[in-house]
Design a protein around this ligand. Structure first.
Ligand code: GUN
Length: 284
């Protein structure tokens, strides 16, 4: 049987380290604070934002929630970001995505001060990541690396297949893996022969948002599989269930896999707290 990589337990350890870092910052008179901005009332975004805010407390981070109505104009969101950028008591700013239609996400992300961009989505941080020159690293890719670090010592020359080319996961995790000198293939919806490509992988990072896309026959024996997908599906009896991008029940021959839920998800939030502490430290 494959090993299950316990994201909840590893996330707790990351958050304990962050709490330690926060305590040291507080001893120096710096109280790390994260502002979370939610526009509109998308139920999934609402759940994520609540969770992010409630987790802040576990690391001793102050959280500030700012909500704007779905029909707000772009300018009022920009004005809010300007105020948070100016506020020296705020160290991290997160604008929950997706934003309502009519608001230009890139323009909004561009406005967040790169030093406070705890999501790592600002072009300056994207550029720093792609050149390996520091900056704030997106939370999910950072969390994926911390999970992989528990089962991989040396990435050099490993064949890694990333399924999905999103700006939030696929592209940045590919950059982090390249920094560690893995051989990285990024695949996407137009990729041909995806199962054949995946079968060559020592590590698969599945981040397509397509339930059970990665099947057992895609995975070579002994491979490591990170499942980033989390889709709510409705069963025949009307109940709902969270499903990942991998058919995990077919992956008994893998070396290690992450469960859904309880794998990558908790790591994303733990890394958000970690990034907030790092941002506070750098602003000190
Ligand atoms: N929506 C889905 N994932 C994310 C994320 O990592 N950060 C933000 N801000 N919004 C998201």
């Amino acid at each position: 049987m494959s090993e299950l990589i316990d994201g909840r337990e590893i996330a707790r350890a990351v958050t304990a380290d962050t709490a330690e870092m926060v305590a040291q910052l507080k001893a120096r008179g710096i109280a790390p604070a994260l502002a979370v901005v939610l526009v509109g009332d998308d139920p999934a975004s609402d759940v994520y934002v609540r969770r992010k805010i409630s987790e802040c407390g576990k690391a001793g981070i102050r959280s500030i929630e700012r909500r704007l109505p779905a029909e707000c104009d772009e300018q009022s969101l920009l004005t809010l970001i300007d105020a948070l950028n100016e506020d020296r008591s705020v160290h991290g700013i997160l604008v929950q995505l997706p934003l309502p239609a009519g608001i230009d996400s890139m323009k909004i992300l561009d406005r967040i001060s790169p030093e406070k961009d705890v999501d790592g989505f600002h072009p300056v941080n994207v550029g720093r990541l792609s050149t390996g020159t520091g900056g704030l690293v997106p939370c999910t890719p950072l969390g994926i690396m911390l999970l992989l670090d528990t089962v991989i010592d040396d990435y050099r020359g490993l064949n890694v297949v990333v399924v999905g080319k999103s700006n939030i996961v696929g592209k940045p995790v590919a950059m982090l893996l390249l920094e560690r000198e893995a051989t990285v293939t990024v695949t996407h919806i137009e990729t041909r022969n995806l199962p054949d490509i995946a079968r060559g992988a020592d590590v698969i990072v599945a981040a397509a948002g397509a339930p059970h896309l990665v099947r057992g026959y895609w995975v070579k024996p002994g491979a490591i599989v990170i499942d980033v997908g989390i889709t709510r599906v409705v069963e025949h009896d009307g109940t709902t269930r969270l499903v990942g991008d991998c058919a995990t029940h077919e992956l008994g021959h893998a070396r290690a896999v992450t469960p859904v839920p309880g794998g990558v998800g908790p790591m994303t939030i733990a890394c958000l707290l970690k990034n907030t502490a790092i941002a506070a430290e750098r602003q000190a």
